[in-house]
Design a binder for this molecule. Structure first.
Ligand code: HEC
Length: 167
């Protein structure tokens, strides 16, 4: 009987396989990939706020109408305030229009996202923070790993770093 493959050749191809597997795992767990919350308008509506133009200089960037949405996992966790991995929350900011005393939502201005993964985002309370401007879904405008978002959200530490309440 003849052996056509030498042991060293076996180990060479085995190590290539291991390297490929490592590369695949790294890209799966990389936090570089953008994660837009597809279909969030059909999730649980947690609440809505309206900040009319010129009413509060400190909230200039938030002027308009904003809605908070939670996926099912996050919605179930609101009462306890202990959000499991896989929870996703969205703060959607839209223009607010007032006509004949009726305030209604206009164009989408921004979509802010929080995604819970307690292993990957230890520095920001286990939350990944993302920001999308307008209707685009591919460019995350956050380049500081969410630390500026968390600086403020850390104040909601008694409710899993989530400000809104689902009542
Ligand atoms: C100065 C404080 C502050 C900063 C900075 C801030 N947020 Fe928030 N965020 C809030 C408050 C307050 C609410 C609750 C709004 C409401 O209930 O109407 C909120 C709500 C949210 C929600 C809905 C879940 C929740 O906590 O109620 C998401 C998602 C969110 N913010 C993402 C972000 C992202 C992403 C950034 C950074 C780009 C950011 N936030 C920066 C104060 C802040």
């Amino acid at each position: 009987m003849k052996y056509t493959s030498s042991p060293s050749r076996f180990w060479r191809s085995a190590s290539i396989m291991i390297c490929l597997a490592a590369v695949a795992l790294t890209s799966l767990h990389s936090d570089e990939g953008v994660q837009y919350p597809d279909g969030f308008r059909r999730w649980v509506h947690v609440g809505t706020g309206v900040i009319m133009p010129g009413t509060n200089p400190q909230l200039k960037s938030e002027e308009g109408m904003h809605h908070v949405f939670a996926n099912a996992k996050a919605a179930d966790a609101y009462m306890a305030g202990d959000f499991p991995d896989g929870s996703v929350l969205v703060y959607e900011l839209r223009d607010a229009q007032q006509t004949n005393g009726v305030i209604s939502e206009g164009e989408r201005r921004r979509v802010d996202v929080m995604i819970k993964d307690s292993n990957l985002y230890k520095g920001t309370g286990g939350w990944r923070f993302e920001r999308f401007f307008g209707d685009q879904q591919t460019e995350n405008a956050i380049h500081d790993s969410g630390s500026s978002c968390f600086q403020c959200h850390s104040k909601a530490d008694k409710h899993g770093f989530v400000f809104s309440q689902l009542r």
